[in-house]
Design a protein around this ligand. Sequence first.
Ligand SMILES: *Cc1c(COP(=O)(O)O)cnc(C)c1O
Length: 394
Amino acid sequence: MKHGSVKLDTACIHAGQAPDKLFGGVSVPIFQSSTFAFEDAAQGAARFSGKDDGYKYTRIGNPTTSALECCIAELEEGFAGLATATGMAAISTVFMTFLGAGKHAVSTGSVYGPTRTLLEKEMSRFGVESTFVDTADLASIEKAIKSNTALIYVETPANPTLAITDIAAVSEIAKKAGVLLVVDNTFCSPVLQKPLKLGADIVLHSMTKFINGHSDVVAGMLVAKNAELRKQMHQVLCQTGGTIDPHQAWLVLRGVKTLALRVKAGQANAMRLAVELEKHPKIEWVKYPGLQSHPQYELAKKQMAGPGAMISFELKGGVKAGKTVMDSVGLSTLAVSLGGIESLIQHPASMTHASMGSEARSQAGISDGLVRLSVGCEDYEDIKADLWQALDKI
Ligand SMILES: *Cc1c(COP(=O)(O)O)cnc(C)c1O
């Protein structure tokens, strides 16, 4: 399938997935095999020398995994995909490939917690430096770039503040400085945002979230804009071993078929909910890229095909109110993670970001009463009734 030959909703269902050649199975078969037999010594040798691109060993490549890689690369309009065991395996592969002793990375300050820890606590042990800035502020990125900067790492919208970074503008900065631009597109999925088309070099996903969409798999994906970048990352992934399992890859292929449907349904619910939450007396403010009150409403409209299904809102009453709401919701599941077909709710100050301490949290824009809601595909009235009865308990 060539890029753009079909619409995105169609590509979600078909990209990378022709009926199987053996029996015509409409669903891509699960090649649950760790290794692949060679017909003879010459074929084995050709596979290892690269003259024959057939499969050898599942850590290096697998047909089910390849189908998923083709599918997501098509959706992101990139050159090629590289599937990984988790989102963090994708992120660590990027860092291991393009950073090293003496190299420097610039990253979004409120980036996904483990991404920041990986740079600050682990990559630093190998001589990698990192600077965290508010990437929504372009000047602060330019200021942070040094002669040894190798990559800019952007997460947009950021978690849980939903601050938006202008990918096209950052890509201009990256090009001028001769550094790579990597974008974590987990919150949007390719349905809402295509960073490679905006000038990024690599886009990555925690497929655990929207792409798989059923809260039953952990997986990651890297999509490179060209062959060389994919090859470099593949080489590192083969040695570090964060490969996806074929069965897991198949589950994601099944999930991605409904990606566009799910994202649009969750987004429609989120839009209605955000408008009504903004008027609720127990709510201080709502952050949602689809509201005109979002400080980067215009940028969101330009860069994203829709505002998405993630809402953050501030409760009047801080940590205590947050805990009350968490203990009172019934339909929305009290859980971290996001992008599932079910609504998931969490309170960063008492959960994911509790260990940061109040001061560091407020610097990162995470206030004590902030609630993050990943709006699912349940009936709108049910989601609202559940949340409203929980707000009544404050
Ligand atoms: C969850 C998440 C990750 C990490 O993915 P895992 O699949 O949990 O390893 C990275 N980035 C973002 C934005 C995430 O939400």
